[in-house]
Design a protein around this ligand. Structure first.
Ligand code: ARG
Length: 564
């Protein structure tokens, strides 16, 4: 906020042993407006001032001189509570929001800094299922948040495109598949072949050996093996990219595991030189027993590399390529140990930037009906979830507003937004149980509720825009407006906090509070009314609310239809 209220208040508190910075640090915003807007606790002063906190608060209250910004001070139980000039406070916030428009909340604090975000990171030949929702939604939102704060952001899809399973895929494809089916049916067909391989393998042990041979051929760059592998990759990525487009998700790099095939020798040599690698039953490992972790396996006895080897090579490569200030890995908490292990290995190797690697862990998503078995190829596809959410949105919208033009497009934005929001509404570490009815409840704490509130604001402003028109700002002098203005004013800090804590839910939570506060305001105060200048003042509130809702949703990767 352009006016720094805490500083203003600190300047009005005199005759204590604290300096102004210490006073500012003690001042808090009150949770309940009826006790004032800011509070200064006097407990810490008691000893030095040889008075009770209650007496100190009373003394400070008696000495308080009101001004145009802070109109009243009141001592309550050892706190000194301050009341702001409501009109002045609200007008300030509104002017700031409206002047910034969709740049509100942006900052330059990240200028000159680079953040890598490894997210979504899908596996080739595997379907894009509901389990990828959180990494995709959280990673993409962090991408947009960091950008708004001025960082240079590199979105990385660390493809799972390496491993013995691709040898199995080739065997299965050659025995039971064909190009036409694969092209036409896509990943579902690749999954079918993979499942079939595992069904047949117990009775046909020769398949295992063949798969191994094909895998070696992939590694050696054999032309047939490479060509088939590229086919699988293209089929998978075509499908996945279609979903990314719907979700408005972007990547700057698609360098996945196989990209590091020829980039592991140097890191391994470096670890060996530093004496970190030990032989263990023919394998090469880094012993982490001093840190209470199992050894980090880097080279198997047959000479092949592992997931961790590739991640170590990838981290070193990214540091050299992007010189990141931080590299985030948005990956489920099931992989906690993996990240702890390889971060530790890099730290032990003396790479000081290892401290800048962050595992942004999140919880599991399951569906209400319990469907989530992955092993048997029996998965809930993200595409199906999106389609179902969109279809249900269309039903709801049609019932609410049968004449709405471009209903299909609105339903897409609402359905997709609802699904994304479900992964962004709670602290990311929580497991979530997905329910269509809950995420699509237009009156719940949901994306459709925010979108609907936005559309309502938008149509009010569209009907009678107030920008630049004379208004009666005394119309801002009420509790509902002050509450809303406080929340709107808190938005820029929420964006920064979301980045600091890797927690988009800080933004989604504030947006819900804003929408609820707006709807309260809207019930209490008629926006379209007889007094044009009062109407204009209220329309400013509506306009600013719309601006922040739209911007906040954009940072979550969710679009706002203008009409709903
Ligand atoms: N493909 C992996 C999986 O689905 C996630 C990769 C995450 N990124 C990484 N650098 N390990 O489990």
């Amino acid at each position: 906020m352009s006016i720094d209220y805490k500083q203003l208040i600190a300047n009005k508190i005199n005759g204590t042993p604290l300096d102004k910075a210490e006073i500012v640090a003690l001042i808090t915003e009150t949770a309940d407006d009826s006790f004032g807007d800011y509070a200064f606790p006097c407990f810490r002063l008691a000893k030095e001032m040889r008075m009770s906190p209650v007496a100190i608060a009373q003394k400070l209250a008696d000495e308080f001189v009101p001004d145009e910004h802070i109109v009243r001070a009141q001592a309550v139980n050892g706190y000194l509570n301050f009341f702001v000039n409501r009109v002045d406070f609200a007008a300030n916030v509104l002017d700031e929001v409206l002047a910034a428009g969709q740049n509100y909340g942006n900052d330059t604090l990240g200028n000159g800094k680079t953040i890598c975000i490894d997210y979504s990171s899908v596996n080739i030949c595997k379907s894009f299922h509901i389990g990828h929702l959180s990494t995709t939604a959280i990673g993409s939102s962090l991408y947009k948040i960091y950008r708004a704060l001025g960082y240079n952001v590199v979105g990385i899809n660390h493809l799972g495109d390496y491993g013995t399973q691709f040898g199995k895929m080739i065997v299965a494809f050659k025995l039971w598949g064909n190009r036409a089916d694969a092209e036409q049916k896509g990943v579902a067909e690749l999954q079918r072949l993979y499942v079939k391989f595992h069904q047949e393998e117990p009775d046909h042990p020769e398949l295992t050996q063949q798969a191994r041979e094909w895998f070696v051929k992939i590694e050696q760059g054999d032309s047939e093996a490479t060509e088939l592998f590229e086919l699988f990759k293209r089929i998978t990525l075509t499908e996945v990219k279609r979903i990314y487009e719907r979700l408005d998700v972007h990547f700057d790099s698609w360098n996945g595991e196989s990209f590091f095939n020829d980039k592991m020798a140097a890191p391994l040599a470096m670890l060996r030189d530093k004496g970190l690698i030990k032989e263990s039953q023919g394998a090469q490992v880094v012993d982490l027993s001093d840190y209470g972790m199992p050894p980090c396996l880097l080279v198997k006895s047959d000479g092949s590399s592992l997931y961790a080897t590739r991640d170590i090579a990838a981290a070193i490569w990214r540091k050299a390529e992007y010189n990141f200030d931080k590299c985030l890995y948005v990956v489920a908490y099931q992989q906690n140990l993996h990240f702890k292990q390889f971060f530790k290995v890099l730290e032990l190797a003396g790479l000081d930037w290892a401290k800048d690697l962050v595992h942004v862990a999140y919880g599991m998503v399951s569906l209400e009906d319990g469907a989530m078995a992955t092993r048997k190829g029996n998965v809930v596809l993200l595409k199906d979830v999106l389609d179902k959410a969109v279809a249900k949105s269309l039903e709801i919208i049609t019932a609410k507003n049968p004449d709405l033009p471009n209903r299909e497009q609105v339903a897409e934005q609402v359905g997709v937004g609802a699904v994304l929001f479900s992964a962004l509404e709670n602290s990311k570490i929580k497991d979530i149980v997905f329910s269509y009815d809950r995420v699509l409840n237009f009156d719940g704490e949901t994306a459709p509720y925010l979108q609907y509130t936005y559309a309502r604001c938008n149509s009010l402003v569209g009907k009678a825009g107030a920008r630049g028109k004379r208004c009666d700002i005394s119309a801002l002098d009420n509790a509902e407006t002050l509450r809303l203005a406080k929340l709107l004013g808190a938005f820029p800090q929420a964006v920064k906090d979301a980045a600091d804590k890797y927690e988009p839910s800080i933004i989604s939570g504030l947006l819900i509070d804003i929408a609820q506060a707006f709807n309260k305001f809207y019930i209490e105060h008629r926006v379209i009314c007889d007094d044009v200048q009062v109407q204009n003042a209220r329309l400013k509130i509506v306009d600013a609310t719309a601006t922040v809702l739209k911007k906040g949703l954009a940072l979550l990767g969710i679009q706002c239809p203008d009409k709903m």
